[in-house]
Design a protein around this ligand. Structure first.
Ligand code: DC
Length: 222
């Protein structure tokens, strides 16, 4: 039987970078489910479909195939109709589109089996918003990884500045709060800790400290 570790939590808590590192330490496969929603968002934005055009987004699902794969370095890539779009899904525009499409039940249903299949035969660390509650309710370990909105916004702000992206801290914080609100207030699969999850708050830790904390929590339960 394969082992699944579910890592849920709000945007910017460090889920992806921490899960990736922890997966490497444990020799698990890391699956980033946000990339799937981002890819559908990208497909909609490329087609010029508006974020609020639910019907347009739902009919788009008939035309697209989304797949997760791994490159030679073992890094996850995401394919949209066979094209590697991993480099196009990290823009602020793609983030807002991802948040909008993720509130549509048909989109969530479209991605469910794909996510579950990833955990069938391999040990996985899967990160998202509803992994412990909906996608893998029987995951062996469920973590709710969080940090204060201000700390998360500051980390994202610094990342953007390092990449040469010109943004203000206030705008990043506004974006974080807006996405938190959308993700936790949507009717379907809202962001919330699974009843049997362990909350890990990284507000007061740097990356190394957060990684050690997360590994400790996981190892104690393996
Ligand atoms: O983790 P991320 O920022 O890449 O996620 C992008 C969007 O997708 C985010 O607004 C929430 C949504 N999402 C979701 O609803 N369920 C998941 N399992 C993963 C992401």
């Amino acid at each position: 039987m394969s082992i699944a570790i579910a890592i849920d939590g709000p945007a910017g808590a460090g889920k992806s970078s921490l899960s990736k590192e922890v997966a490497r330490e444990l020799s698990f496969i890391y699956v980033d489910t946000g990339a799937l929603y981002r890819t559908i968002g990208l497909a909609a934005s490329r087609k010029g479909i508006s974020m609020d055009d639910k019907d347009g987004i739902v009919s788009l699902l008939d035309e697209i195939e989304v797949k997760l794969a791994f490159n030679d370095e073992g890094t996850q890539i995401v394919l949209l109709n066979g094209e590697d779009v991993s480099g196009y899904i990290r823009t602020p525009q793609a983030s807002m589109y991802a948040s909008a499409v993720s509130a549509i039940p048909e989109v969530r249903a479209f991605l469910l089996d794909l996510q579950r299949n990833m955990a069938k035969n391999d040990n996985v660390i899967m990160d998202g918003r509803d992994i412990g509650t909906v996608v893998l309710p029987n995951a062996k370990i469920k973590i709710f990884l969080t940090a204060s909105a201000e700390k998360r916004a500051m980390r994202r702000y610094k990342e953007n500045i390092e990449k040469g992206i010109d943004v203000s801290y206030e705008d990043v914080l506004k974006d974080v709060n807006e996405r938190d609100y959308n993700d936790s207030h949507r009717a379907i699969a809202p962001l919330k800790p699974a009843e049997d999850s362990i909350t890990v708050d990284t507000s007061d830790y740097d990356f190394e400290g957060s990684k050690n904390l997360l590994l400790k929590v996981i190892r104690e339960r393996m």
